[in-house]
Design a protein around this ligand. Structure first.
Ligand code: 5AD
Ligand code: SF4
Ligand code: FES
Length: 352
């Protein structure tokens, strides 16, 4: 199938996504700008010009897992570990609200110091003392724990599937299981969280066909937020010498996701901004409509080193807020002023 045939099928909804996903994901550099423009147009039609902001609180760099790509993996002996206590997490969330955020993401490695009760206490305190929406991004836990945090007031949950290819997932996750990760996502969905997932682009051995299957799986899951970013090799991991992902490869996926998910929340990720100074802007112009500026206290930011070269390590939350505002307004876009909840009625009307 040619690029033009695939783009025609994608933009008219004349064929199931299976037919055109891989050809678009594998498109050449000459064709890519038209794919990005199609993603941008679908974004405008589906979710308008608002960019929703979520303040990202990286509250613990401890992790029990050993994912092959990640700088926080437990066997990376030179990783610096810290955790904010509950009061500090709540204080950081309040500062985010004072800076104008309507929504925060509480993210950490899989740190079991945060028992169900401890994280529940943080969620309840934030909910009682602010009007913030809360997303959790703390990895795999059991269903009862997910339910408990939802009952405490958590609105959304972000858990990337990373890849749905069984062999690639197994190669990257020595202590993890694809079926178990999927079961976590099904449980989160069934509990009622606004559901976020996503994948990395440019993993070793990953192909456009694999990414196409990832997109279909995430669609069948009913994902409402999909975060994708380039894989950036970390020197303290077994994948230190891997090639890694690219801005262009990730933009193809962002645009394709927008064609498949007209109403979803698609962040322009920090990893895009790390690979190129305008990487996030380019994602916003290929289909993305969310940004997650860092509100983690500046002193500890360098210790949350998932990948090297992360941006904003010397900046504070106020500075990032202003920086992001300038970038969004500079693109002629607007900043969402509500909580940026997913729109469920519309989501159910999405194409297959
Ligand atoms: N490069 C890019 N993204 C990474 N993540 C973890 N390690 C890396 C890396 N080296 C992503 C994973 C995880 C998210 C929080 O960060 O997709 O889900
Ligand atoms: Fe831990 Fe998440 Fe990094 Fe895996 S990706 S090592 S679970 S912080
Ligand atoms: Fe942090 Fe630009 S977003 S300095």
């Amino acid at each position: 199938m040619t690029f033009d045939e695939a783009l025609g099928l994608a933009t008219t909804g004349a064929a199931p996504a299976e037919a055109w996903l891989a050809p678009l994901l594998a498109c050449g550099d000459d064709d890519a700008p038209r794919l990005y423009a199609a993603g941008d147009a679908a974004r405008q039609a589906g979710v308008g010009s608002d960019v929703h902001l979520r303040g990202l609180i990286e509250f613990s760099s401890y992790c029990r897992k050993d994912c092959a790509y990640c700088g926080l993996r437990r066997t990376n002996r030179v990783a610096q570990r810290y955790r904010l206590d509950i009061d500090a997490i709540v204080a950081t969330a309040r500062e985010a609200e004072a800076l104008g955020y309507r929504s925060v993401v509480l993210q950490s490695g899989e740190d079991v110091w945060f028992t169900p009760a401890r994280l529940e206490a943080a969620i309840r305190d934030i909910k009682e003392s602010t009007d913030l929406a809360i997303a959790l991004s703390v990895g795999e836990r059991d269903r009862e724990t997910y339910q408990r945090w939802f009952d405490a007031g958590a609105d959304r949950y972000l858990l990337r599937i990373e890849t749905t290819d069984p062999a690639l997932f197994a190669a990257l996750h020595p202590d993890d299981d694809l079926a178990a990760r999927m079961a976590c996502l099904y449980a989160l969905r069934d509990i009622g969280y606004q559901l976020g997932t996503g994948v990395m682009v440019g993993l070793p051995g990953q192909t456009p066909e694999m990414l196409a299957r990832d997109v279909i799986w995430m669609h069948d899951l009913g994902a409402e937020m999909i975060g994708v970013g380039p894989f950036i090799p970390h020197p303290g991991t077994p994948l230190a010498d891997a090639a890694g992902g690219t801005v262009e490869g990730t933009l193809r996926l962002v645009a394709v996701l927008r064609l498949v998910f007209p109403h979803a929340h698609l962040p322009a990720t920090t990893a895009m901004g790390t690979l190129h100074p305008l990487g996030r802007e380019r994602a916003l112009e290929a289909g993305a409509n969310v940004m997650m500026p860092n509100v983690t206290p500046t002193e500890i930011r360098p210790k949350y080193e998932i990948y090297p070269g992360k941006i904003c390590l010397a900046d504070d939350a106020r500075h990032c807020r202003g920086c992001i505002t300038g970038r969004i307004v500079g693109l002629g876009r607007t900043i969402g002023t509500d909580h940026g909840h997913v729109k469920r009625v519309k989501a159910e009307q999405e194409m297959d």
